[in-house]
Design a binder for this molecule. Structure first.
Ligand code: NAI
Length: 421
């Protein structure tokens, strides 16, 4: 830690206050929601620097000098070379879902856990999906376009209520299961297909065969992860297995649907409509147009990957990631870290808490315990987790964990990072 202030004392409800409160410098980029700052300030961490946009190159390097924690969204890239220039950095918060913008392995090898917000926008996605299902069942996108074009096609043809229809959810995880709950409140029958056994919520039913499942649903909505296992999961064959006149919604990952096959099915009338929020290739900036054969089709709702983008989700993300960073800084907790051994929160026992990140090699814990003994520290409680090349130990000790002791632990060849929290 570089910033150590001995005069500032704050009351924290949850965490034990060490004798000298260490004030971390936290640097936030990309308009992270004010809820994050509120979490830090409430914890007594009021050295928070915010930048409205993303920075790159030397400007980013300079902005991060002396930072102990950094908060970014998707446009700030933290690569190996940059991390090597930031010796004070202890934790990274990705205030979003994705963490590809950070070299996770390099961060772990430098003893830096990376946190994200995997659940904060679940509800936002689920609500959008339900809204789209209702609009498409009523053929609203086409009707809306016709009225704008000067026509008045007042007809009930092809328009249906959601009540009593079957919603098929592919991927019954955080989002899929929420969609199911909301759909039931509209009187829909819910079925789902997942590669893992999942506890059905409400009256939902699991279906083991994807093909059978597709033939039963009036609306199919996709909530699976991206990657090669789900690439083109909904291909021409799967689309052919869907009910004539049914609807497809994809707010998961763009690679999951074969878009040309979908376009053909929409054109032929085999599917009556679709709502697509994610695409195999997405524009890189707001001025770039989406390149997709679905553009211009009036029975298709196209949205720019905003399934999870609401004010509420931004606020939740701000709070969720800031809480994780706060907990790590205050107590060493790494629960929810995406690249690091995870240790859950437990109350400090003993006079001091030492966090020790080390190479995951035989004898590491013996060496750590011996060193602590040599410095007159008595271990009261200890937790260890390992992941790949990294071992992480939180040790609560009685005795004086002075700067000298911490420096001594840092000097040991197995040590990657050592701090007192
Ligand atoms: P999750 O990990 O909680 O759930 C995914 C589920 O899919 C799991 O139950 C898993 O077992 C299942 N699954 C995996 N492979 C499968 C397969 N081949 N067939 C059937 N089921 C399979 O994920 P979560 O949080 O519900 O997110 C779902 C998707 O939504 C992800 O792709 C995520 O990236 C995307 N997402 C999109 C957003 C947007 O803005 N449009 C916002 C947030 C998430």
């Amino acid at each position: 830690m570089t910033l150590t202030r001995s005069l500032k004392y704050r009351t924290m409800n949850v965490f034990h206050l060490p004798e000298r409160v260490q004030m971390p410098r936290i640097v936030l980029f990309e308009n992270i929601h004010a809820s994050a700052r509120e979490v830090f300030v409430a914890a007594g961490f009021d050295d928070v620097v915010t930048h409205a946009g993303a920075l790159a190159g030397d400007a980013l390097r300079e902005a991060l000098q002396g930072a102990n924690a950094v908060g970014i969204r998707s446009r700030t890239h933290l690569d190996q070379a940059l991390l090597a220039d930031l010796p004070d950095l202890r934790a990274i918060g990705c205030f979003c879902i994705g963490t590809n913008q950070v070299d996770l392995e390099a961060a772990a090898l430098r003893g830096i856990p990376v946190f994200n917000a995997p659940f904060s926008n679940t509800r936002s996605v689920a609500e959008l999906v339900l809204g789209e299902a209702i609009l498409l069942l009523r053929r609203i996108p086409e009707k809306n376009a016709r009225v704008h074009e000067g026509f008045w096609d007042k007809t009930a043809d092809g328009a249906y209520e959601a009540r009593g229809k079957t919603l098929g959810i592919v991927g019954y995880g955080n989002i899929g299961s929420q969609v199911g709950i909301l759909a039931e409140s509209f009187g829909m029958r819910v079925i789902y297909h997942d590669i893992e056994a999942k506890l059905p919520l409400g009256n939902a039913h699991a279906t083991s065969s994807l093909k059978k499942f597709l033939g039963q649903a009036d609306v199919v909505t996709l909530h699976v992860p991206g990657g090669k296992d789900t690439a083109n999961l909904i291909d021409a064959e799967a689309i052919a297995a869907m009910r004539p006149g049914s609807i497809l919604i994809n707010a998961s990952r763009g690679t999951v649907v074969d878009i040309p096959a979908l376009q053909r099915a929409l054109k032929s009338g085999h599917l009556s409509g679709a709502a697509i929020d994610v695409f195999p290739t997405e524009p890189k900036s707001r001025d770039e147009a989406l390149d997709s054969p679905l553009r211009g089709m009036h029975n298709v709702i196209l949205t720019p990957h905003i399934g999870g983008s609401t004010q509420e989700s931004q606020e939740n993300i701000g709070r969720e990631v800031a809480e994780k960073l706060k907990r790590f800084i205050s107590s060493g907790t790494t629960k929810g870290a995406v690249n690091f051994p995870e240790i859950s929160y437990h109350e400090q026992a003993g006079a001091a808490r030492i966090i020790h990140i080390h190479q995951n090699v035989p004898g590491a814990m013996g060496a750590l315990s011996n060193l602590m003994g040599e410095y007159g520290l008595n271990i009261v409680s200890q937790q260890l987790q390992t992941r790949g090349k990294i071992g992480y130990a939180i040790t609560d000790v009685d005795g004086e964990a002075t700067d000298q002791v911490i420096e001594g632990l840092r000097r040991h060849p197995i040590t990657i990072r050592c701090d007192r929290v």
